[in-house]
Design a protein around this ligand. Structure first.
Ligand code: FES
Length: 128
C-alpha cells in the first residue's frame, strides 16, 4: 500500500462516515416532527377568520386555509382592510386567495391542509 492509496482510502472512509451521520440526523429530525392540529367549529366561522397561525376564508360553501405568516419577513397577518389581508409590518397585502397584491412580499401565502368533518361540523387544520 503506497501513501497516495492510503490517503485516498482514508478520505473516502471519512466522507462515508459524515454522509452516514448526516442521513441519520435528517432521519431523526423527520421522525420527531410533530404535526399540530387545530379543530374549529364551522358554525363559528365568518367570511375571514384570523387565528394565531392561519387564516380561514369562507366564501359560500368554499373554504381556504392560508398561513398567517407573511411571506416577506414572517409577521403575523391579522387584519383585513378594503377586502385585502394586510401585513402590519411593511405593508404587504394579499387577496382572499393569498396572492400578493402589494409588496414587498413576493410569494403568496401558503395554503394549509385541512379536513372537514361533516358529522361534527368542524374543520381540522394541519400545521406542519
Ligand atoms: S413582514 Fe409582511 S410586509 Fe414585511
Amino acid at each position: 500500500m503506497n501513501r497516495r492509496f492510503f490517503f485516498k482510502t482514508l478520505a473516502s472512509v471519512i466522507g462515508l462516515f459524515f454522509t452516514g451521520l448526516w442521513f441519520k440526523m435528517v432521519h431523526v429530525q423527520n421522525k420527531n416532527r410533530v404535526v399540530k392540529t387545530v379543530v374549529i367549529s364551522l358554525d363559528s366561522l365568518s367570511e375571514i377568520n384570523f387565528f394565531n397561525d392561519f387564516i380561514v376564508v369562507r366564501e359560500g360553501s368554499n373554504l381556504s386555509v392560508l398561513s398567517s405568516k407573511c411571506t416577506h419577513l414572517g409577521c403575523r397577518i391579522g387584519n383585513v382592510s378594503q377586502d385585502l389581508l394586510q401585513c402590519p409590518c411593511h405593508g404587504s397585502s394579499f387577496d382572499r386567495a393569498g396572492q400578493v397584491v402589494t409588496g414587498p412580499a413576493l410569494r403568496p401565502l401558503p395554503n394549509l391542509r385541512y379536513d372537514i368533518d361533516q358529522k361534527n361540523n368542524t374543520i381540522t387544520v394541519f400545521l406542519a
